[in-house]
Design a protein around this ligand. Structure first.
Ligand SMILES: NC(=O)c1ccc[n+]([C@@H]2O[C@H](COP(=O)([O-])OP(=O)(O)OC[C@H]3O[C@@H](n4cnc5c(N)ncnc54)[C@H](O)[C@@H]3O)[C@@H](O)[C@H]2O)c1
Length: 436
């Protein structure tokens, strides 16, 4: 039998490699399309039947997807989806992109990864390369995933290859995409790294090899912890500037003129999304098991999670100045997704602010140009139509997400008071504007 390493290399080179992508969300769906764009045949596996059906009907549920590439991929039968894991028997490469959230106690919940790995093990065969892309703590690939796969009787590095390569996608980013964002990669054995690098080098401009899956797992956690800590720092600077009656946006933009030794981060209503609020907890949890307290991680988490309350205090102060209270006031949450120009509501601080305001008796409505409705605490919310009438009838507008498509001048002209948590009015003087 031909050496499986060279067989895989040939398949990669000749575009004969068949790929399964497990988990067709914000990471897996665009990745699957990128593989197709590069000439490979891909089958997506997801246990959400709705997503599977959508893909097979070439109907996208994500906003960043290139419609024509997607339709072409499905019509040419290069991309299809299923909820049946047995298709793993027929592929050469398996990419795992399932969620890695936190449990109720804020501990890592890697049950999705373990479940996906169990399903892979049932159908895996000799000669496959398996890549874990989900963000997780150092040790997951080698200590938890590898033993499952080796239970099949196959040996890593000899019969199959196992690699950790964290996804770095930034939804909504128009400059950096899968192709031009360098890819970190660490295999369980040297051959695993080599084949992983060979594969990704066909698709991505730059592949950065690290010495182990643990190092690759740690790289991703460093990147997201770096963001969490720096955002916490500027959030605290915002709180300090507030006490000092200084404009934090002016201070930050001026600091940004320094061409070295400073990096731009802006404050906001709190952290959101499936990465920055969550991933640092993976790191601190792992370190706790090694008897070490990750102090920066914990402090950043504390500061960032207090931001929704800080914003609510700003809203209370601005209403107070108009002799109004939160209770009974009409408040418009302007933008509910966790960041601009994406449809992702996960961990969105706008939802925390909405919940706090409702608990205090406010009449809360929302407007979002991307999200028309959502469910929260078993209640259904529907986006208002943006109009003069709406804005004039609202006591306080809270800009929680700064979507690009909005006419902010129109909002300013017609609103009574605006609490701006994103700096959309940072260069405008108006008594209506209350800054973070
Ligand atoms: N969203 C981002 O911006 C981003 C960026 C980089 C890395 N990541 C990481 O990538 C991973 C995936 O994140 P995401 O945002 O794509 O999540 P997601 O929730 O958008 O998508 C995950 C998909 O996996 C499916 N799924 C869950 N368990 C499954 C199982 N056992 N078998 C098959 N399908 C299953 C879900 O139905 C869902 O469609 C996470 O570890 C995340 O931290 C996310």
């Amino acid at each position: 039998m031909a050496d499986i390493y060279y067989t895989l290399r040939n398949k990669i080179k000749n575009r004969k490699l068949k790929i399964a992508v497990i988990g067709l969300g914000y990471v897996g769906f665009p990745l699957a399309l990128e593989f197709v764009k590069n000439g490979y045949n891909v089958i997506g596996i997801d246990n959400n039947k709705k997503k599977v059906d959508s893909i097979n009907k070439s109907s996208s549920y994500l906003e960043d997807i290139d419609e024509s590439v997607f339709k072409n991929a499905v019509n040419s039968k290069r991309l299809s989806a299923t909820d049946d894991f047995s298709v793993i028997k027929n592929v050469d490469c398996i990419s795992i992109c399932v969620p890695t959230p936190l449990g109720k106690t804020k501990d890592p919940d890697i049950s999705y990864v373990l479940n996906a790995a169990d399903n892979v093990r049932k159908f895996m065969k000799k000669g496959q390369i398996i890549i874990l892309e989900s963000t997780t703590y150092p040790g997951t690939t080698r200590e938890l995933i590898l033993p499952k796969f080796e239970k099949s009787g196959l040996k890593v590095g000899r019969d199959f290859f196992l690699v950790f390569s964290p996804e770095r996608i930034d939804p909504g980013n128009k400059e950096f995409n899968i192709k031009n964002t360098p890819k970190i990669l660490g295999g369980v054995t040297k051959k695993c790294t080599k084949i992983g690098k060979y594969f990704y080098s066909e698709i991505i401009d730059k592949v950065v090899e690290v010495s182990s899956p643990e190092a690759a797992e740690m790289v991703k956690l460093l990147e997201n912890t770096f963001r969490s800590v720096n955002i916490a720092l500027v959030n605290e600077v915002a709180i300090m500037c507030d006490r000092l009656s200084l404009n934090v946006w002016e201070v930050i933009d001026s600091a940004c003129t320094k061409p070295f030794g400073y990096m731009k981060f802006y404050p906001g209503p709190g952290l959101g999304g499936h990465c920055i609020p969550i991933d640092p907890h993976y790191l601190s949890w792992k370190l706790k098991s090694l008897n070490y307290r990750a102090r920066f991680v914990e402090l950043a988490g504390e500061v960032n999670s207090e931001m929704p309350d800080f914003v609510v205090n700003k809203i209370a102060d601005s209403l107070n100045k108009q002799k109004k209270s939160i209770k009974g006031s009409k408040i418009l949450i302007f933008g509910v997704t966790y960041k601009k120009d994406v449809s992702d509501l996960r961990e969105s601080p706008a939802l925390d602010i909405l919940t706090i305001l409702e608990k205090k008796g406010a009449i809360v409505q929302f407007y979002d140009p991307i999200i028309s409705r959502f469910m929260l605490n078993k209640k259904s919310y529907k986006s208002k139509e943006l109009s003069k009438n709406l804005l004039k009838n609202i006591d306080c507008v809270v800009i929680t997400t700064d979507h690009s498509s909005v006419d902010y001048k129109f909002v300013l002209d017609n609103a009574n008071i605006i609490v701006d948590t994103r700096g959309v009015y940072k260069n405008i003087k108006s008594k209506k504007i209350v800054r973070l």
